[in-house]
Design a binder for this molecule. Sequence first.
Ligand code: SAH
Ligand code: SF4
Ligand code: F3S
Length: 459
Amino acid sequence: MPESRSEYIKLIAEIMEIRKRSDKPMACIHTYGCQQNVADSEKIKGVLYLAGFDFTEDAEEADFILFNTCAIREHAEDRVFGNVGALKNIKRRHPSVTIALCGCMMEQKSVADRIYKSYPFVNIVFGTHSISRFPELYYNQLVNGKRIFDTCDDNTIYEDVPTLRDKEFKGWLPVMYGCDNFCSYCIVPYVRGRERSRSSEAVISEARAMIEAGYKEITLLGQNVNSYGKGLDEDISFSELLRKIDAIDGDYILRFMTSHPKDCTHELIDTIAESKHISKHLHLPFQSGSNKILKAMNRRYTREKYLDIIAYAKSRIPDVSLTSDIIVGFPGETYEDFCETLSLIKEVGFTSLFTFIYSRRPGTPAAKLPDVATEEEKGKWFTELLKTQEEIAASRCRSMVGSTERVLVEEVNEKNGLLSCRTSGNIIVEAQGDDSLIGTFCDVKVTEARNWILRGEFI
Ligand code: SAH
Ligand code: SF4
Ligand code: F3S
C-alpha cells in the first residue's frame, strides 16, 4: 500500500497517463459557496496538477469532474442537486469519467444517503474533513472501481497539501477552519467542525512565499478570524497575526474575512488604522438590527455594541469602507424588527451588503422556531432593503467622484472592455487601459459614479 500523499499522486499520474482521453488528463472543478470552499478547491487542484492534469470548464471533455458543494441555504443545495443530475448523461457518454462530490453538503448524512441511493453514477463523495485524503480516495476509486463515501471527523490541519491558486496576483490564505459560534440559523458549525487555527509560523511563511511570488493581494480566511489563536500552544491573537504579516516588506494589500462583531476589538481596529498594508475595509456582518432577533440568532452582541464598534472604526480609520451580511425573515421577525435593520443600515452607511432571505436548515435550532411572516412579506421586505441600500451605495459612490484612488487592476470586464480595478475599500472602479496593467497597482481619478460601481481614468 502507498503510504504518503506524494506516492498516491504519483500512482494517479501513472494510471491517468494510460486512461486519459486527450493529450493530458483533464479535470473539471466547480466550486459553490464561500472562499473557504474556493481555497479547498485550490488544494484539490494542487494535487491534480501534480498528477499531470490540465483544467477545463467543459465537463464533457473531462476525465475527472468534481463539485465542491455549499449547504448554507436551501437554494444552494437545490442548484447542486440539479447540476449533479445533469452529469448522468455525461457519465453515460463517457463511462470512464470519475465523478466526485465534496464540500459542506456532503457532511450532512441525509445528503450523502440521497447521493448514494439516487445518484449511482457518482463515484466519490467526501467531506470537508477529508480534503487532505483526496489523493488516497481518488487512487482507490481508480484501482478498484468501487464507490467511495468518506466523511470523517479528523480535525487535524495538514500543512503539506499542495495548492494551485486560481489567480497569480491575488490569493486566499486560510488562517483557521471551522466555527464554534453556533448562530442558531447556521449549518456551518455542523459541516465544518470545531474551530482550529493554523500556527502563526505556517500562516506567516505562506504569506511571505506569496509576497515573494508576486502576489499583490492576500485575503486571510476564517469563519470568525477574530477568534484566531484559540487552542494554539502559542499565545497569539488575530491582531498580532495581522501585525506580523503586515511587517513583511513588499507592495501588497492585506484583507481578511470574516470578522464576528462579538469579538471585534478596538485592538483590531487600531491594527488596521496603524498598518501599512491592511485594506481600509471592514466586513462585519450584523445580520439583524433588532436586539430581539439578534438574541434568537445567538449572535451574542447587541445593536448598540455593534454601533459602538462602527463608531470606533469610523473615528480611527478615515474613509473606512464598511460591508455586512444581513438575513431577512428570521423566524419570529416582524416588520418592526425589520425596520430596525433598515434604520441600522441608514445609520452606518455601508459600501455594500450581502443580503439573504432566511433559509431553514434542518438540524439547526432555528429550524424548530415558529414563523410569523409569510414568504411574500419577506420578499417585500427584501426588496425594500435592496432599494434602501442602493440609494446609500449610490450616494457613497457619488461622494468619491473627483478623488484619486490607488487600485489593484484585476481583469477586463468582457461586457464593456474596461479594466476592472478594486480600491482598498473594496469598491470597483472601471477605467480604459491596457491589459498589461492587470495585476499591478495604479492610481485612478474617479470621474463618475454608477450606482455601486465607479468609473475613472488612470493617472
Ligand atoms: N462566518 C461568517 C458568515 C458565514 S455564512 C459570519 O458569521 O459572519 C455567510 C452568510 O450567510 C452569513 O453571514 C449569513 O448572513 C448568511 N446565512 C447563513 N446561514 C443562513 C441561513 N440559514 N439562511 C440565510 N442566510 C444565511
Ligand atoms: Fe455561521 Fe455564525 Fe459561524 Fe458565521 S459565526 S459561520 S454565521 S455559525
Ligand atoms: Fe457554504 Fe460551507 Fe462556505 S456551507 S458558505 S461553502 S463554509
